[in-house]
Design a protein around this ligand. Structure first.
Ligand SMILES: [Fe+2]
Length: 322
């Protein structure tokens, strides 16, 4: 990142946020693969990803899990939001998450085709653009630029735990404005829908929910973008209408019935994949569009989610998978 980019970021988000983010990134723990919190951290000592990959092939599942990885589908979800202004009835919000685009070059054209063929009004990407948590992020940007070229003009991204703050200028040059504890607004017929995006709450814990909520009036409809679902209780207390998250990959490699074997954050099972609610907060944890570490999926299909927003009516109107 160029010096002028640092200065621009500092001016935009403040010296405290930028320097603290850089400090946390520089910590040795930030370089650990997966940044997990497990007791034994076997991945420090064993090439777990390679072993899993070999194991899947030995079980005759190599072809299946890779087909699953590339078998991204568009899933439709409907939401009834009490504060949604009438002008936004039926608004279509496209969510992609956990792209990890440099893991396998064959994924980008799949996503590109789906985005191009899915009409939507605004698009969001809820973090994790690269496969590893450090190293070169350049290879992701060309693919991201191809994908964002088919996004609606109103589009935003946030950072996940695989993303460093130095990626922000490149993400924005690739056509994805990034919300760093910032809020954007969408205007229709004089009414406003607010999109609040927080910095990574999982590993770097640089999120500021009260700050992003303060930008919108108390009675406003505010959709929260948070890479990980784990801040749901604080989000409910602060007061958001809908939280969109990813990070868990829904488990990525699951037992039959979608039962996850490993979940990369400490949340109850109900927050790992799909629709959930907590008090007055409704939420959705996407199982992810891409995959991490190995290009494989088992009993946990990847998705792009098309959220339909409604002012009234049943909370879940005929969800379907085309
Ligand atoms: Fe993540």
């Amino acid at each position: 990142m160029e010096n002028e980019d640092y200065l621009a970021l500092e001016k935009r988000i403040g010296r405290e946020h930028l320097s603290e983010r850089l400090l946390r990134q520089a910590g040795n723990s930030a370089k650990l693969l997966h940044q997990g919190e497990g007791v034994f951290r076997l991945e420090k000592f064993l090439p777990v990803d390679s072993l899993v990959s070999i194991g899947l092939r030995c079980c005759g599942l190599g072809g299946l899990v890779r087909r699953n990885f590339l078998g991204v589908r568009v899933v439709t979800r409907h939401w009834s939001l009490p504060h949604l202004p009438n002008a936004f009835e039926g608004f279509r919000l496209l969510q992609l998450t956990d792209l990890h685009l440099d893991l396998d070059p064959e994924l980008t054209p799949v996503i590109e085709h789906l985005v191009r063929s899915t009409p939507h009004d605004a698009a969001v990407v809820t973090g994790d653009y690269r496969n590893k948590t450090d190293g070169d992020y350049g290879p992701c940007m060309a693919g991201l630029e191809r994908i964002t070229s088919f996004f609606a003009p109103e589009r935003w991204g946030i950072l996940g735990n695989h993303d460093c703050i130095e990626m922000v200028p490149s993400l924005e040059r690739a056509g994805l404005p990034v919300l760093l504890n910032e809020t954007a607004d969408i205007r229709r017929d004089g009414e406003i829908l607010w999109i609040a995006g927080i910095d990574d709450p999982h590993f770097y814990k640089m999120h500021d929910l009260r700050k992003v909520r303060s930008f919108a009036p108390g009675e406003a409809c505010v959709i929260l973008l948070s890479h990980s679902p784990e801040i749901y209780s604080e989000a409910e207390r602060v007061g958001f209408d809908l939280q969109l998250s990813g990070h868990t990959h829904g488990g990525q490699l699951c037992l039959p019935g979608g039962l996850p074997v490993i979940v990369p954050c400490r949340v109850d099972r109900m927050f790992v994949n799909g629709r959930w609610s907590y008090g007055t907060l409704q939420g959705y944890t996407s199982p992810g569009t891409g995959s991490c570490a190995i290009a494989a999926r088992l009993n946990c299909p990847p998705e792009i989610t098309l959220h339909f927003l409604h002012c009234a009516g049943p909370a879940d109107q005929a969800d379907f998978v085309p």
